[in-house]
Write a protein that binds this ligand. Structure first.
Ligand code: VGL
Ligand code: ZN
Length: 218
């Protein structure tokens, strides 16, 4: 008999600093918050990630003067794009968007906590040295299918999807529930192509919730 599928939703970095008025605002990011809330009741497990940097983090241009935002450096043998200070631990910018329903979260994963290395993926840092524990958490919950949405398509969504696939999960990226940075025009399109080439499937919110609208208490 077929083993029943268990599905997890991974909501990536739905935080103030990536939304309107934030330090690293992703265009139209706020649009995905209501979608995240609609999607949640369709999953066995709901996980949210938070980019969670110390103020001295290596991804901050402010820690690498005279380099500035958008410059590429090599730190500890790893290429690193420099960003504005963002998602500093315990600040308002690192909080979830105020409209995100956090009542039914099963797990919150903090990433980018080591000052010496960035972590775009929800599973591993950028050099794959340390795991966040998310893979083992999902395996222990017997999750077979991982659905990923959130911010930003061309960074954290992309690397989380590739890692989830490499860990052996069936991976679905909910395309219309993601928004990207597009530092270079075409980055988002290239990211979606890379995601699908690695064997993850691109789906839409409608594929999951259909015409049906589950009512959830906010
Ligand atoms: C992200 C840039 C820097 C993301 C995080 O969530 O995609 N992007 N830190
Ligand atoms: Zn970051």
């Amino acid at each position: 008999m077929a083993v029943p599928k268990k599905k997890a939703l991974i909501m990536v970095d739905l935080q103030n600093d990536f939304c309107k008025g934030g330090q690293l605002a992703v265009p139209n990011a706020d649009e995905v918050i209501p979608l995240a809330n609609q999607l949640q009741p369709y999953f066995d497990i709901v996980v949210a990630t938070q980019d969670w940097h110390p103020p001295t983090h290596t991804s901050f241009a402010s820690n690498h003067s005279p380099y500035t935002v958008g410059d590429m450096i090599v730190a500890d043998n790893i290429p690193q794009i420099l960003w504005p200070d963002h998602c500093v631990q315990h600040t308002k910018g690192a909080d979830f968007h105020p409209n995100l329903n956090v009542r039914y979260l099963d797990k919150v994963i903090h990433k980018g906590i080591d000052k010496n290395i960035d972590s775009y993926s929800a599973f591993f840092d950028n050099a794959h040295r340390r795991s966040t524990g998310l893979g083992v958490y999902l395996q222990n919950k017997e999750i077979s299918d991982v659905y990923i949405m959130g911010l930003a398509t061309d960074y954290c969504v992309k690397y989380s999807s590739l890692d989830a696939k490499h860990l052996g999960f069936n991976v679905y990226v909910i395309q219309d529930a993601c928004r990207g940075v597009n530092l270079k025009l075409g980055d988002v399109a290239a990211a979606l192509q890379e995601i699908s080439e690695c064997g993850a499937k691109l789906v839409t919110v409608r594929d999951i919730i259909g015409e049906d609208k589950k009512q959830v208490a906010l």
